[in-house]
Design a protein around this ligand. Structure first.
Ligand SMILES: *Cc1c(COP(=O)(O)O)cnc(C)c1O
Length: 426
């Protein structure tokens, strides 16, 4: 689907029905698949023939949706996982093991920050967090001889820091490691990190890709551009025989699909975070309208950000679409069509005003979710960061009055009217 534009790929990529076949991606809700002879199935286990045998490894519904996301990102191979957390874990663990090291942006999503800083540390994989806004020379100091991968988010959740992808890609490649970018907030509609040098892209498909809060899911897409063979034994999991798979060498057998094939047949086999075909189907329905929704999210968020910015009770607004925003220039370069629908802002009245404001909203939904068709709102100091005191909140970059506002696709006048009436009570 290389020739079609992104809007067309959202609707069409990954599945082309033949004569008399369903127009929608069929839900193949089956754990297993039938073969005629012992040898027919044996060849699948030997990775000598392609075919389905057990849904933990591959399923036609899941594969069609993975192919759609792969096409949207412009990659060569992709896979789906049962959550965004699983996607980021697999993406990194596929090329790291005990004794290895990761360099990651400090502004990444809290769940991923914990995964890298606490849980993967228990597996013997260390992570150094860097300030993504630091000059390249400063960030370069974080690399070690055992560094295997660099990781960041296109637009950080919830800090809304826009990544200088080219700076990060150069740093990664200068240190002979791939760059993984979590592209959840921008989506491939607004930014395709491969075009700026990223090697692997991940997603929490629970957010805009689904868009209707129907399923929790994740995706990994490989650009096929990183040369695993170029650095001796450094990526030996890909370039040396896999004993757990009859000595297969992934780069030899699968070429540019080596990384995703290994993650599928080894990590998914052993760790098993597969999404259900039903969930993948729901995701595919969401993807059909992704381009349309992103356009409206960005339009609405831009209007809301300007409205808030002009409001006397609002002390600050963080939204890269605003001219004065710290990340406005980077956003214009990497996301000329717009960033996303998520805004954060601060009320002059602090914590108490934030709570009064939230409780007065009639349309916006209070929920631990972002990037949805419905406008959703969260007060980090009362919710996601509730256990922290004011000093700890400050260190985490979350002020007591800060509100995370995920602008939906309702009529923007209705959203602004809701803000207006709630702000009078704030
Ligand atoms: C939500 C989110 C995740 C985690 O995804 P889940 O689907 O909730 O597991 C990872 N990265 C980013 C940027 C997110 O917003």
């Amino acid at each position: 689907m290389k020739d079609y534009s992104i809007e067309t790929k959202c609707v069409r990529a990954g599945y082309t029905p033949k004569q008399g076949e369903p127009c929608m991606i069929p839900i193949v809700q089956s754990t297993t698949f039938k073969y005629d002879s012992t040898d027919d199935m044996g060849q699948l286990f030997a990775l000598e023939k392609e075919g389905y045998f057990y849904t933990r490894l591959q399923n036609p519904t899941n594969d069609a949706v993975a192919a759609r996301i792969t096409a949207l990102e412009g990659g060569v191979a992709g896979m789906l996982t049962s959550s965004g957390q699983a996607a980021n874990f697999y993406a990194v663990f596929n090329i790291c093991e005990a004794g290895d090291h990761i360099v990651a942006a400090s502004t990444i999503y809290g769940g991923t920050f914990n995964l890298f800083g606490v849980t993967m540390k228990k597996l013997g994989i260390d992570c150094t967090f860097v300030n993504p806004d630091d000059p390249a020379e400063e960030i370069a100091k974080a690399f070690r001889p055992n560094t295997k991968v660099m990781f960041a988010e296109t637009i950080a959740n919830p800090a809304l820091v826009v990544l200088d992808i080219e700076k990060f890609a150069k740093l990664a490649h200068d240190h002979k490691v791939p760059l993984i970018v979590d592209n959840t907030f921008a989506t491939p509609v607004n930014c395709r990190p491969f075009e700026w040098g990223a090697d692997i892209v991940t997603h929490s498909t629970s957010k805009y890709m689904d868009g209707h809060a129907m399923q929790v899911g994740g995706a990994i897409v490989d650009s096929g551009n990183f040369d695993w063979n170029a650095y001796g034994d450094k990526y030996h999991g890909l370039t040396q025989p896999d004993d757990s798979y009859h000595g297969v060498v992934y780069t030899e057998r699968f070429g540019k699909a080596a990384y995703i094939t290994k993650a599928t047949v080894q990590l998914m086999r052993d760790l098993g975070s597969i999404p259900s075909p039903q969930n993948c189907f729901l995701l595919s329905v969401g993807l059909e309208t992704l381009a349309l929704r992103m356009e409206r999210h960005c339009y609405n968020a831009d209007r809301v950000a300007h409205y808030l910015n002009d409001h006397e009770k609002v002390s600050s607004v963080i939204y890269a679409g605003l001219e004065g925003d710290k990340y406005h220039e980077l956003a214009k370069k990497y996301m000329p069509k717009g960033t996303c629908g998520v805004i954060s802002f601060e009320l002059k009245g602090g914590r108490e005003a934030a709570v009064r404001f939230m409780d007065s909203l009639k349309l916006a939904t209070i929920a631990t979710h972002v990037a949805d068709a419905k406008t959703m709102v969260l007060h980090p100091a009362s919710h996601t960061h509730r256990q922290l005191n004011d000093q700890q909140l400050k260190e985490a970059g979350v002020s007591p009055g800060m509100i995370r506002f995920s602008v939906g696709i309702e009529n923007v006048e209705d959203i602004i009217a809701d803000l207006e009436q709630a702000l009078t009570n704030a």
